[in-house]
Design a protein around this ligand. Sequence first.
Ligand SMILES: Nc1ncnc2c1ncn2[C@@H]1O[C@H](COP(=O)(O)OP(=O)(O)OP(=O)(O)O)[C@@H](O)[C@H]1O
Length: 453
Amino acid sequence: MSNLLLVEDEARMREVIKMLLSDLDLNIYEACDGEQAIDLFDNETVSLVITDLKLPKISGIEVLKHIKDAKPEVPVIVITAFGSIDSAVEAIHQGAFDYVTKPFTEDKLRSCIKKAMQISRLTSEVKYLRREIEGKFTFDNIIGNSNEICEILRLAGEVSLTDTTVLITGESGTGKELLSRATHLNSSRSKRPFLPVNCAAIPATLLEAELFGYEKGAFTGAHQLKKGKFELASGGTLFLDEIGDMDMEMQAKFLRVLESKTIERLGGSKTIATDVRLIAATNKDLEQMVREGTFREDLYYRISVFPIRIPSLRERRDDIPLLCQYFINEFSVTFGRRAPAMSDKVMEMLYNHPWKGNVRELRNVLERAMILAKGDNITARHVILNESYAKPLGELNLDQIVELLLRDHRVGLEELEKKYIQYAMEIAGNNVSKAARLLGLSRATLRYRLDKM
Ligand SMILES: Nc1ncnc2c1ncn2[C@@H]1O[C@H](COP(=O)(O)OP(=O)(O)OP(=O)(O)O)[C@@H](O)[C@H]1O
């Protein structure tokens, strides 16, 4: 339920508005003058305000200014007298979300409030998600106490305070994206977007449109103007992942943009200045590619101003115990249970494994170990180091999942059926029809079994 502050000096008008909004899941605070409105706003958690502009003591415009100073994200709808368009314009200038003119119709007021409620909900969702993301990607969440990681964190900490282009190299799963997000969040650009573009995942022909955008009609199917990632990341950071996979033609275009600091949308003639910080990453050996003639030397020098190499997990095995503890704690929170202990024997197994998939593989192995270990201990039989299982759970097929379950010798047939269905539901994102297809059952049969469970 959202809290709405209704500021109106006429008691009868307040009653009418309250009645019109009675079915909208709102908790309404009432104020009959500007002073009371400000007092209520400062002391209650209000997510939406509707205020008359003509008020005793403090005017509606002053109330609006106070709210916009204190919490600019709270939408304010103003009520203006018929014919006083000037005051409505001023209110909009001062940051009002919208205005309704007295006498207003029920529809106008309700649609205005509904829109504002939606905006307020989205704003708080964005705020929440931003906090979540910022919490996950700070330097504090880059785990490791090896000399290598300490040095990387020192370098990244220093370069984050500048606008210098950074090139992060390292095998897949070593934490290149994690490090670039943390570098962005520690920079003066942190309140602006961090936009990743994976050069390997996008076909060469689309990459140009993705990065520079296009004008309406630039090609068949370009029904409307689309800004590219360079424009959308303005003021923030552009993360070019797998830059070693960019083809030679695109490399030339990209170099031109880096040199001129301007872009042109496809099919456009306007030159647009760019303001992005660039972080590039690759698991390829770019120097080798330069020698082989598959990566432009001039581009390589442009992007490798500040190189950071993240060593593979094999080269810094001392980080493994700390990383294990970190991921076990993370999954305990996700699964809502106590963190299990790990025997020395298991730790030794993990310490000596080659970790071709690096930290990502370790995280996946621990996730599965946590699912298989129901008690307080992770033992050797919960830890599966076979490479074909080193994928996230959702990418395993059902046969592999059953094999995993059977490793836990305590699982009986009934329990197995239950687990089998649970995993199918997990893979299908809790979509019953999809899970039924995976299991080769009809939707009704699966529904019946789920109800039984
Ligand atoms: N030092 C670390 N501390 C905590 N988590 C880490 C660390 N390094 C990597 N991870 C985790 O491992 C996973 C893989 O990391 P990330 O995606 O950053 O790797 P990457 O090098 O960019 O991989 P790729 O080259 O395949 O894109 C993520 O879940 C990330 O959070």
